[in-house]
Design a protein around this ligand. Structure first.
Ligand code: GUN
Length: 308
């Protein structure tokens, strides 16, 4: 079983170590990459993510800034702050934590980020460049998945890849990256007819729909590689028992913490069929932050015309 597991934590540590070396090299030339994160409102999960991003930066020798806006600060205040960060020569990366509270226009906010500082790769310029197959700054979770596939030598070229979920953050950009890596890509979503028959074609199946245990054994071709992007917090004992029957270690974690995390894949039932599979937690999650670090360091070089 263990050799099947795709250890995102280990690969993320590898990537962070490489970024750390490049940061050290930049610092030797007097350049200290800096990431500024904007958090609007006080969503508890977003606060945790923002804190993790800042700590990851500092561990690698980069600088981080965190900007908190009240939930009712308003679109104009948000865009003003982005404008100030665009104009600040010390700032290499700008990230607006999503989702924004109700009442904010996400597209309008992302549109005003300087594309050269857009470490999320969400600005329409960067989205367009990715679509054309000449990516600049690429969204972190899809980029992390591509790194995982490459470093774990999971074949992509000529393979049938099925992505379930069409978000701007994961599904759409990942479909583009897989296409440019020469996979035959199908993008499924909540209105896809007969999802099972489509996903069963996949050599590489990516679950990024945001639906708990959506992907069961009936969705998976034996031997497929399965990547789980979902993240759900189970807070009810019955759910843990249903999805992880007999898993005493997981139940002990549930007892200790009051919750455990799981993904869009019914891991216990799918893992026996899969050739390789990512766990949740410890799969795709750690790669996202590692790629954000990589994008920040890259933005620092790109802005100075030092991209090699
Ligand atoms: N919220 C969930 N994922 C992401 C991400 O990749 N970037 C930003 N900015 N917000 C998110």
């Amino acid at each position: 079983m263990n050799e099947k597991l795709l250890d995102g934590k280990r690969v993320a540590a590898e990537i962070r170590a490489e970024v750390g070396e490049r940061v050290a090299e930049l610092r030797g030339r007097g350049i200290i990459p800096r990431l500024d994160v904007i958090l609007v409102g006080d969503d508890p999960a977003s606060k945790v993510y923002v804190g993790a991003k800042a700590r990851a930066c500092e561990k690698l020798g980069m600088v981080s800034g965190t900007h908190r806006l009240e939930p009712n600060a308003g679109q104009a205040a948000l865009e003003r702050l982005i404008g100030d960060l665009n104009a600040d020569p010390e700032v290499d990366g700008i990230l607006v934590q999503l989702p924004l509270p109700e009442g904010y226009d996400t597209h309008a906010a992302l549109d005003v980020i300087d594309p050269a500082k857009d470490v999320d790769g969400f600005h329409p310029r960067n989205v367009g460049l990715l679509q054309q197959g000449r990516p600049s700054l690429t969204p972190c979770t899809p980029a992390g998945i591509m790194e995982l596939l490459r470093r774990e030598e999971i074949p992509v070229k000529g393979q049938r890849a099925v992505v379930v979920g069409r978000s701007d953050i994961v599904g759409k950009p990942l479909a583009m990256l897989l296409l440019h890596a020469h996979a035959t890509v199908t993008l499924c979503h909540s209105r896809t007819r007969d999802l099972t028959s489509v996903t069963r074609e996949a050599d590489l199946l990516v679950a990024a729909a945001g639906k708990l245990a959506l992907i069961g054994p009936e969705h998976v071709k034996p031997g497929a590689a399965v990547i789980d992007v979902g993240i759900h917090r189970l807070t009810r004992r019955e759910e843990v028992e249903r999805l992880f029957p007999g898993d005493e270690a997981r139940m002990a974690r549930f007892e200790a913490k009051g919750s455990v995390l799981t993904g869009d894949v019914d891991f216990v039932r799918v893992a026996p069929l899969a050739s390789r599979i990512t766990p949740v937690p410890g799969g795709v999650g750690p790669l996202t932050i590692a790629m954000l670090m990589s994008n920040t360091e890259r933005a620092a070089r790109l802005r100075r015309g030092r991209e090699e």
